[in-house]
Ligand binder design. Structure first.
Ligand code: MSP
Length: 490
């Protein structure tokens, strides 16, 4: 069976990771863990986008070589993700040899197919800098460093015949309506109607920090073409592993970069003769205290600072269950301690309560409570269905509502049955029903509360406790073993 292949954008390592990049990466990690909990194998790729002018400039600014800067910064990303409980299967850096070779190989294919031609585009040249500028880079119409006027020059460059893919793209969207991100279909389809060819190279005298084109060493690949192909090289292109993984099932990102992923990306893949991804999934932007996050406003939220203070589980719980997925969200910093209290109060207290009751009964078979069992099985069925359809918005909705609510349902069950007043079989039934409910809840939350889940496992597997092994004989879809708890279809 094919592995569920999940990707995040590869981030520009010109600044430290922040809550926005942490959001996408935590959602991706949550999904990978959820699929594993459902018994599927998953492959989760993330990484850093290390070429291009932005990085070259930043390095110059800091008096470092580009290589030094990206080595240092990519380590920062990797470490940050680990501290947030993120477990990627592969962290790709676009400056790796393996990636550079894959990019060259695919560009050779695309070139061989006749989809790349040499042309010119009209550029603005600064003699002082010996490089071209784009309109956007100019300050008052001039080079940001020199006072001299810019010269118009024709730049030799390579173009990808993107316009030729217009009908093929439209046809693909029509046949695969789940591919485009929900709510953004119209906007993309309209723009595809006016597609132009894409310049895919920069002359080396303008940019050194890039991948040389395989058919012209005087030019390097445009950074977006280089970056998009990370999903191919990161999946192990050219090795036997590639077949187990390709194509991507869920490509997560915010709405800022959907154009590249919905249009340029599939066209490149069509040209290279590779199967197309199943779904591009776009989430909203996180705003903080009602404003866009920015250093000058002083409202930047550092996910690592939060993780140090409250633990990584709180950061993950906050991002997965408290923010709307598709729309822009507003994180109110003042509310973070409340969410922390809520998590401890609902899940933490419930677990303690049930485990205390459990220590007074013999674990064995019991009469299931139809209502509580129905809630658990019903929710498992819903999660399975949404996951089976790769419906990330749907999964996210269940995790903002029904999963946290299950904690209250179990609590009410305990309050109603009052097992401490019962004896014998009646007591055992009440306690073990609550315990099984807790196992479901913890199984559902295990992709979110990664430390909490480990801790829970340690406690229930201790001698004299309920354990996980062999438990769940009443559950048609829960397979507990001492090492993991699998929600699967029996
Ligand atoms: N390097 C490119 C992506 C290449 S992928 C082939 C890039 N990098 S980036 O560092 O700018 O990252 C953009 C992504 O970071 C967004 O698409 C989103 O996943 C995440 N976010 C950045 N700021 C964010 C918020 N404020 N809120 C939510 N996500 C945010 O673009």
């Amino acid at each position: 069976v094919k592995k569920v292949y999940i990707t995040t954008p590869i981030y520009y390592p010109n600044a430290a990771p922040h809550l926005g990049s942490a959001y996408t990466t935590i959602i991706a990690d949550f999904l990978a863990r959820l699929y594993r909990a459902l018994g599927r194998e998953a492959f989760f790729l993330t990484g850093t986008d290390e070429h291009g002018e932005k990085l070259e400039r930043k390095a110059e600014e800091l008096g470092k070589t580009s290589r030094e800067l990206v080595d240092e910064m990519s380590r920062l990303y990797k470490d940050a993700w680990v501290r947030l409980g993120i477990r990627f299967d592969r962290f790709i850096r676009t400056t790796e040899k393996e990636h550079e070779e894959t990019v060259r190989e695919l560009l050779k294919k695309i070139h061989g197919k006749g989809d790349i031609y040499r042309g010119t585009y009209n550029g603005l040249y600064c003699v002082g800098c010996e490089r071209y500028y784009t309109e956007a880079e100019l300050v008052d119409g001039k080079c940001p460093y020199h006072d001299a006027p810019l010269e118009e020059k024709d730049i030799e460059a390579y173009f990808f015949k993107l316009a030729g893919y217009r009908d093929k793209l439209l046809n693909f969207y029509e046949k695969n309506p789940q591919f485009l991100p929900e709510g953004r279909e119209k906007e993309i389809i309209n723009r595809v109607g006016e597609l132009e060819d894409l310049c895919i190279s920069r002359p080396k005298e303008q940019l050194q920090w890039g991948i040389e084109l395989p058919f012209d060493a005087g030019h390097v690949a445009y950074v977006w073409v280089d970056a998009l192909l990370n999903y191919v090289s990161g999946a192990g292109y050219g090795t036997s592993k590639f077949r187990e993984v390709w194509p991507p099932d869920i490509q997560l990102m915010a709405k800022d970069i959907t154009w590249f992923h919905c249009v340029i990306w599939p066209a490149l893949l069509m040209s290279a003769g590779l199967e197309l991804p199943r779904r591009v999934v776009a989430h909203g932007f996180i705003n903080v205290d009602g404003r866009k996050m920015s250093k000058s406003l002083g409202n930047m939220v550092d996910p690592l600072e939060l993780a140090d203070r409250y633990g990584p589980d709180l950061v993950r719980f906050l991002l997965v269950t408290k923010l709307p997925f598709r729309e822009d969200s507003n994180l109110v910093r003042e509310q973070i301690p409340e969410v922390h209290k809520e998590l401890a109060g609902s899940v933490g207290n419930l677990a303690n309560r049930v485990l205390k009751l459990l220590s007074g009964v013999d674990v064995g078979s019991f009469k299931p409570d139809t209502k509580l069992k129905g809630s658990c099985d019903g929710l498992l069925g819903k999660i399975r269905k949404k996951a089976g359809g790769f419906d990330v918005t749907g999964i996210s909705a269940l995790y903002s509502q029904e999963v946290p609510e299950l904690a209250h349902t179990i609590n009410s069950y305990i309050n109603e049955t009052e097992p401490w007043k019962l004896e014998g079989a009646a007591k055992r039934d009440a306690v073990l029903n609550a315990y099984e409910g807790l196992l479901f809840l913890m199984a559902f939350l295990s992709p979110v509360l990664v430390n909490g889940w480990e801790k829970f496992r340690g406690v229930v597997d201790a001698p004299g406790m309920g354990g996980l092994k062999g438990f769940g004989q009443n559950s048609p879809g829960l397979e507990p073993s001492s090492s993991k708890l699998i929600m699967y279809e029996r």
